[in-house]
Design a protein around this ligand. Structure first.
Ligand code: ATP
Ligand code: MG
Length: 143
């Protein structure tokens, strides 16, 4: 069990001015922010990030949506981070998400679903490295 996960506040979250509210839910659930930035993803970066879905029918729209505006990737730390964060954000489709989850509260559709969360420890490590250098992660600030 690892203690790190990657969140991305997606372009609909930024566009709806919900960055603050969503971060409050995340820190209120006990996650510690280890790194955070605001970025506009290129098509290559977005396509690479969601490469596992390359063959899926929604891939092209997903890449378009993720490049449509700024995103906020956040490296998070907590015991059991991956599973606990997936629980906090809720099901991919907000209409199927549990009450009180971030997607249930704020998301409009299965595509525009406000937030990303890593789905395994292995992917969490890869995804954190996709956005942050070692120096940008809080543990290394004193180096
Ligand atoms: P994420 O990886 O962003 O945390 P997830 O793990 O809940 O989401 P995935 O199956 O990995 O869901 O899908 C990645 C993203 O692709 C979803 O969050 C959503 O934005 C989009 N997506 C997934 N399924 C569909 C679908 N059926 N139609 C449209 N978009 C979809
Ligand atoms: Mg996923």
């Amino acid at each position: 069990m690892s203690n790190k996960t990657l969140a991305i506040l997606k372009p609909d979250c930024v566009e709806k001015n919900l960055i603050g509210e969503v971060i409050l839910k995340i820190t209120g659930a006990g996650f510690k922010i280890k790194a955070l930035k605001m970025v506009r993803l290129s098509e290559a970066s977005s396509g690479g990030f969601y490469e596992v879905h390359k063959e899926r029918p929604f891939y092209k729209n997903l890449v378009e949506y993720m490049t449509s505006g700024a995103c906020v990737p956040i490296a998070l730390e907590k015991e059991n981070a991956v599973a606990d964060f997936r629980k906090l954000i809720g099901a991919t489709d907000p209409s199927k998400a549990d009450e009180g989850t971030i997607r249930k509260l704020f998301a409009d559709s299965i595509e525009r679903n406000i937030v990303h969360g890593s789905d395994s420890d292995e992917n969490a490590a890869k995804e954190i490295a996709h956005f942050f250098s070692r120096k940008e992660l809080l543990d290394n600030f004193s180096e």
